[in-house]
Design a protein around this ligand. Structure first.
Ligand SMILES: O=P(O)(O)OC[C@H]1O[C@H](OP(=O)(O)OP(=O)(O)O)[C@H](O)[C@@H]1O
Ligand code: HPA
Length: 180
């Protein structure tokens, strides 16, 4: 398996396509078991989660809906810091079982800022399914209900994850090669 170059950096293969797909099937099987009869709404957070969302959704056999949203961060007032708003969230979450689909929970900042906005709508349940997390990088702890892989605190690329816009199309996950 070969090292690839994207922009100025080198990346080595880290999680292969077969291993990814196997784990995603296992995650879907758990969701099928746990959420039978709940007609959950899956909310995929763009851009990064598009491949994970498509692959896991294909393996769901329960009745389920999916919606794709984009989070936009802008400077709020001094006291509130950065504010995150969701574009494309048209559904009413009141009383629904909601599962957020993320490619990665890294520092936890994105979800820690966004989850309270969803909780405000009083869903019946609000759960997180993330393909990846970096426990050593967490600053804002997030409870991940369905997790694919715990990984070290190294920059990843591929399967939806980008480095400066490139690499999202790679079918497997690569890890940054750190140069001495
Ligand atoms: O836990 P955190 O440190 O907040 O990092 C996780 C977030 O970072 C990535 O999104 P990004 O903002 O890079 O946007 P993208 O999905 O469009 O690449 C990823 O898709 C998560 O949403
Ligand atoms: O490791 C990563 N790679 C690409 N995008 C990311 N966004 C958060 N963490 C990462």
């Amino acid at each position: 398996m070969s090292v690839i170059q994207v922009h100025d950096k080198k990346f080595q293969p880290y999680i292969g396509e077969a291993e990814l797909q196997l784990r995603i099937k296992e995650m879907a099987a758990l969701l099928n078991k746990d959420l039978e009869g709940e007609r959950p709404l899956f909310i995929a957070i763009l851009n990064g989660s598009f491949m994970f969302a498509a692959d896991i959704f294909k393996h769901l056999t329960i009745e389920a809906e999916i919606s794709f949203i984009k989070l936009v961060s802008y400077k709020g007032t001094k006291s509130s810091g950065n504010v995150i708003t969701a574009i494309g969230l048209d559904e009413d979450l009141f009383g629904r079982t909601v599962v957020i689909l993320e490619d990665i929970v890294d520092t936890g900042r994105t979800l820690s800022q966004f989850l309270p906005q969803l909780e405000h709508q009083q869903p019946k349940k609000l759960m997180i399914a993330s393909l990846l997390t970096k426990p050593e990088a967490v600053i804002h702890p997030i409870k991940i209900d369905y997790l694919g892989f715990s990984v070290p605190d190294k920059f990843l690329l591929g399967y939806g994850l980008d480095y400066d816009g490139l690499g999202r199309n790679l079918p497997q996950i690569y890890q940054l090669v750190e140069m001495p």
